[in-house]
Design a protein around this ligand. Structure first.
Ligand code: ADP
Ligand code: MG
Length: 292
């Protein structure tokens, strides 16, 4: 490889708002076959909002109040949606004690001495909290529309299901279409439930869905794709994505994402827009053609 050719490549990259960490990075991308996108904050805007609450015997405001009290200690986009909704309704949030994160599943804390869990369905199976049929039905209906179901429960029962929605980034569909046009396969990886993931992926035109992947397993999933003969570009923004960004043949971080993701990547898209993924791969192809 001639250093001059690589310089040209990275120079063009900077012009497009694509920060390439080192010259050798573009060489590594030569045989990319598959682009894996994280869902929340990468394919979607990552700004979730509450779209509905289903309850059984408890009032909506009590469910929202307790869930928001617990979520006020969390940084997850789901937590932001729930605390914002409680604020909009003018609910006072009680103090919580003993807050804890259950990685990839949700959160828990004591509210007025009662243990309250908030998170995905598996958390309640694990804690043996009963889920009433009516609430389970409401959850599946929302998931079929691409919403994420957040269950809230205490004293042995799930008390409510809060549906939260995110929106695809404006350019997502076009970017996936262009990647397909370049002969690449597009996949999505998420900790979210399968139904929600499938709906969001199909809106974006994505072929392959890796859902319900625990944070610690994202890198393993990338390794598995590689073991099947694929060369993987991983696009992500979260702390959770960092090991997968390192594992991928080309790690691409969203510039508006977390520092850890940026540090773990080969390339950073400064604007946070997904168009940069297409540019980065085109650029690497062009650079390689100049070199070899
Ligand atoms: P992702 O960022 O892909 O959604 P995570 O591993 O962060 O993946 O979370 C997986 C799932 O766990 C989320 O989709 C959500 O259903 C649930 N979850 C995680 N954190 C929280 C939280 N603070 N409150 C409620 N649910 C949560
Ligand atoms: Mg994310």
């Amino acid at each position: 490889a001639t250093p001059t050719a690589i310089m040209v490549g990275t120079g063009r990259a900077a012009h497009l708002g694509i920060l390439v960490k080192g010259a050798e990075v573009l060489e590594g991308s030569k045989k990319i076959t598959t682009v894996v996108f994280d869902k929340t904050g990468t394919l979607t805007r990552g700004q979730m909002r509450l779209t509905g609450i289903a309850v059984d015997a408890t009032s909506e405001s009590e469910v929202l109040q307790r869930a928001a009290a617990v979520e006020s200690a969390s940084e997850h986009p789901v937590a932001a949606a729930i605390t914002a909704a409680a604020r909009d309704r003018g609910l006072e949030l009680p103090e919580v004690t003993g807050f804890g994160n259950v990685a990839g599943h949700g959160v828990r804390a004591e509210v007025n001495g009662t243990a309250v869990h908030v998170g995905r369905r598996e958390l309640f199976d694990r804690e043996r909290l009963h889920l009433p049929d009516q609430l389970a039905r409401h959850a599946s209906d929302g998931e079929a529309q691409g919403r994420t179901s957040v269950y809230a429960g205490w004293d042995g029962q799930v008390r409510g299901v809060l549906s939260v929605a995110d929106t695809l980034k404006d350019e997502a569909v076009e970017v996936v279409r262009r990647l397909h046009g370049m002969g690449l396969e597009a996949a999505m990886i998420t900790g979210d439930n399968r139904q929600t993931a499938e709906t969001v992926a199909s809106e974006a035109g994505i072929d392959r869905v890796l859902a319900e992947v625990l944070p610690a397993d994202k890198a393993t999933e990338v390794r598995r794709l590689q073991a099947e003969g694929r060369a993987v570009a991983m696009v992500g923004d979260g702390v959770n994505d960092a090991p997968a960004l390192v594992q991928a043949d080309l790690g691409i971080a969203i510039g508006t994402g977390t520092d850890v993701a940026i540090e773990s990547s080969d390339i950073t898209l400064m604007s946070g827009q997904l168009d940069g993924v297409v540019h980065a791969i085109q650029l690497s192809r062009r650079t390689l053609r100049t070199i070899y």
